[in-house]
Write a protein that binds this ligand. Structure first.
Ligand SMILES: Cc1cc2nc3c(=O)[nH]c(=O)nc-3n(C[C@H](O)[C@H](O)[C@H](O)COP(=O)(O)OP(=O)(O)OC[C@H]3O[C@@H](n4cnc5c(N)ncnc54)[C@H](O)[C@@H]3O)c2cc1C
Length: 316
């Protein structure tokens, strides 16, 4: 079987799970496409995912209410071994990238990270993946009875739900003792749409001038377009925006339909997080700014004049 570990939050299945289903179907490996759901009070999530796959394994347990890499990797490895999975797909999210290597070690399986495409070839898997900050696309061939894969987020199209609901099975797990307890939580104010799910991202850099400039220009344009908000590290380090909005090598990776970069120079560390967006629009007063090398549309000029005019035109 091909085992997909469902990524979910707040009772909703994440977009990356839909993408993993497409990846699983393109692999041409044997067995049913099976979703493994780890969590507590997961009925809604199980029903949503049942429209995507061939069968759903549900591990609904109080101990699984909180993500923990030790527990998640033990649970996934146990189910993969018992079900003789030939492939384990784990989201390329921050947590997925954290526990997937542990799963690979437990299963003595090779791990393919950041996969952007898969081609089956008589039992051998040929995959493309990004490396060197997504500047190089590498082709790898793997021939192993069990493979662990983390697809790059947004690299595969989201699967379309079917009309039939797959059968759901409860599974028992022998879980290790939780060694790390979460004793407190404070949450940063999130932008209106999550960066990972947004079709349009409006991002701002130092060129917006100040936290207030960011609010007026970047948030203003994002509100007008119904887009998510992103920021460069320079902005986050300056304390103008929360880290949750940082795009780039040490922030989030996004691949929206449109990425609008306002006052962003286009440093390689920023490009690695957004350079694969379908359409990039850059606004910068420096015609030689590196962002224009990756932009599909470039506007050379002062963001303080151009962006308010864009907002006014869109609102009209
Ligand atoms: C290990 C490491 C990891 C990093 N990780 C990240 C990361 O994850 N994400 C990230 O973004 N960066 C990251 N960085 C930082 C990165 O190298 C850059 O410093 C940063 O991206 C620059 O941000 P910026 O474009 O906002 O600022 P700047 O590079 O200062 O660019 C500002 C731009 O605004 C333009 N501008 C100024 N005024 C105006 C105006 N009025 N109108 C129009 N344009 C104007 C300027 O021409 C300039 O191009 C990392 C660096 C390191 C070393």
């Amino acid at each position: 079987m091909i085992l997909i570990v469902v990524e979910h939050a707040n009772g909703k299945v994440s977009k990356s799970t839909y993408e993993m289903v497409t990846c699983a179907r393109e692999m041409g490996r044997e067995g049913p496409v099976t979703a493994l759901l780890l969590g507590s009070a997961t009925v809604t999530v199980a029903n949503e995912v049942a429209s995507l796959v061939d069968q759903v394994l549900v591990a609904d347990h109080a101990d699984l209410a909180q993500y923990d890499p030790e527990i998640w990797s033990a649970a996934v490895a146990q189910i993969a071994s018992e079900g003789e999975a030939n492939t384990v797909l784990i989201s390329g999210s921050r947590s997925g990238r954290e526990y997937s290597p542990r799963v690979a070690v437990k299963l003595d399986a090779p791990l393919l990270e950041d996969v952007v495409s898969i081609t089956p070839n008589e039992g051998v898997i040929s995959a493309e993946r990004y490396t060197y900050l997504a500047r190089v696309t590498e082709t790898v061939v793997v021939n192993a009875p069990v493979i662990v894969i983390t697809p790059k987020q947004a690299a595969f199209a989201a699967a379309i739900p079917g009309t039939q609901a797959a059968e759901q099975f409860d599974v028992d797990l022998t879980l290790p003792q939780r060694r790390v307890q979460i004793t407190g939580k404070s949450q940063e104010k999130m932008s209106r749409i999550s960066l990972a799910d947004a079709e349009i991202v409006v991002a701002g850099g130092r060129g917006v001038g100040s936290a207030e400039g960011f609010q007026n220009l970047v948030e203003g344009l994002a509100d007008a377009l119904g887009a998510a908000v992103g920021a460069t590290r320079a902005i986050v380090d300056a304390g103008w925006r929360p880290y949750s909005e940082q795009v780039g090598q040490t922030g989030k990776t996004v691949q929206p339909k449109a990425y609008i970069a306002i006052g962003i120079s286009g440093a390689v560390q920023h490009l690695s997080g957004m350079g694969k967006s379908k359409c990039i629009v850059a606004i910068n007063k420096d015609a030689d700014a590196p962002i224009f090398k990756v932009a599909d549309y470039g506007i050379v000029g002062d963001v303080n004049q151009i962006v308010p005019a864009m907002i006014a035109a869109i609102r009209k």
